[in-house]
Design a protein around this ligand. Sequence first.
Ligand SMILES: N[C@@H](CCC(=O)N[C@@H](CS)C(=O)NCC(=O)O)C(=O)O
Length: 218
Amino acid sequence: MKLYVTPTSPYARLAMIVRLDLGLEDEIELVWTTTRVPDDPVLTFNPSGRVPFLQLDDGSGFEDTDVIVDYLDGLAAPLRYARPDPVDVHDVDCDGNGNGAYWRFRRLEALARSMLDGVSVWAREIKRPEGEQSPGLIAHERRRADRLAHTFEDEIGFAPLALAGEGLNRAQLLLFCALDVHRRLPDMDWREGCPGLSAWYDRMQEIPAVGGSLPPAD
Ligand SMILES: N[C@@H](CCC(=O)N[C@@H](CS)C(=O)NCC(=O)O)C(=O)O
């Protein structure tokens, strides 16, 4: 199998972390690619042209980190990236009982994905020629990222975000990859006023699959 990635995509980084964390380096070859190239041969099997893209041995494949994580995780038992099971699918209470842990996980996972989506839009915008950039959009994404960083600062010491030695989960990966976009966005200064989040990000980088998946400088 082949995992198509770029050095700058935070979504690709997430898939690369999972590849390493699950010990799939030998089964899954990393292919450094480029995006937005008209007539790129890659588009014949990955029509959206987005990364990450996991190409299976029969030539078909999947885009989207969430699907790719599920596929990679399913290659061996036990599952390492399964979300907590809902105790009762009709229990929509978010209190500490019943499905409380399930909804808490889903809430934080959604918030982290929201941050990742927002900072990706911001990072893409500053790559456009200066005269074509929208200051309004940049300010909007900056405020969103700032609010979310402070929200995570308040939640970072608690499950499922706390690093309690139980292995990585999807909410942690999404949050790390969102925060990591600061390497390409000098104005994304989320460490300011968020010491707990800052310490958490540094500890994440020390995890072998996380540190080991740092892409080469582009
Ligand atoms: N929902 C997708 C998002 C992937 C995505 O937006 N990838 C960007 C790079 S960060 C991309 O491939 N952009 C190329 C393009 O838009 O043509 C996921 O979770 O993997």
